[in-house]
Write a protein that binds this ligand. Structure first.
Ligand code: SF4
Length: 254
């Protein structure tokens, strides 16, 4: 069995949710425009690095969703997203700060977005598209990001980076770098081991992590199952028959 970062983090967030998703086959319906757009944008980035017309690729990919009944956040429309995306791609090309050696690398322990250089420093790169900026402080905050620690553990490479495409009125790109220590990688390896042991032992207790005013259940796609709310289940989930060992490959688009 191979586990993706998304699987491990979903188990750590709430084992019950993990069971619904990976064992019982309850998948979230794609209703959020931003999620589908993020995928189209990453494909356009791939086109940019292949020296193709990335704006045309973005438009073509996003066109496929023109009539989808997505939930758009306040102030978002199909057109606005594509315009923001094109501006971000232009800004990215103007900045010229990123060089890529390989896109979507497969390692024995998993996949990651890219390996390349930012401002001449070789690092692992993860792309994010978001509506609001990532916090940049206090200093060193990014080195605690579990996804980046996971990627560093996968590859053994200490230098990591997030390239954050911020979709706002004046589009902005953040180039955030961090260094992951050997100790952090070892610690993450132990976390993976204990988590996979728990999964394989069949421990799926609910662990919602509710602490007022944050309530992780509100944003959990499986809330309808926990509340026995048929309406919520029908709105948010679709059931695939069981889960397969290769399910985690779908997570690459996350
Ligand atoms: S709704 Fe809450 S308790 Fe239920 S699976 Fe989701 S996070 Fe866990």
């Amino acid at each position: 069995m191979v586990y993706s970062y998304t699987q491990i983090s979903q188990y750590l967030r709430c084992p019950r949710s993990y069971r619904y998703r990976y064992l019982d086959g309850w998948r979230e319906k794609e209703t959020r425009a931003a999620m589908a757009f993020g995928r189209c944008f990453e494909n356009a980035l791939g086109a940019y690095f292949r020296e193709e017309d990335c704006s045309a690729v973005l438009f073509k990919e996003w066109e496929a969703y023109r009539d989808s009944p997505f939930e758009f956040k306040k102030g978002e429309t199909w057109d606005r997203l594509v315009h923001q995306g094109v501006h971000l791609l232009q800004r990215f090309a103007q900045d010229g700060r990123v060089r890529i050696q390989n896109l979507t690398w497969r390692f024995l322990r998993g996949y990651l977005d890219a390996i390349g250089e930012i401002d001449g420093v070789r690092c692992l790169i993860d792309w994010k598209t978001t509506k609001s900026r990532y916090p940049e402080g206090p200093e060193g905050l990014l080195s605690l990001d579990p996804q980046l620690i996971c990627y560093s553990w996968i590859t053994g490479i200490p230098e990591v980076a997030l390239v954050v495409f911020v979709r706002k009125h004046a589009p902005e790109i953040q180039y955030l770098r961090a260094r992951i220590s050997e100790e952090q990688r070892q610690e993450f390896g132990r976390l993976v081991e204990t988590t996979t042991n728990q999964i394989e032992a069949g421990h799926f207790n609910s662990h919602s992590g509710i602490r007022f005013p944050q309530n992780g259940c509100v944003s959990c796609s499986h809330l309808g199952l926990c509340l026995n709310n048929e309406q919520l289940i029908a709105a948010k989930l679709i059931r695939k028959p069981g889960a397969s060992d290769l399910d985690w490959l779908d997570e690459l688009v996350d």
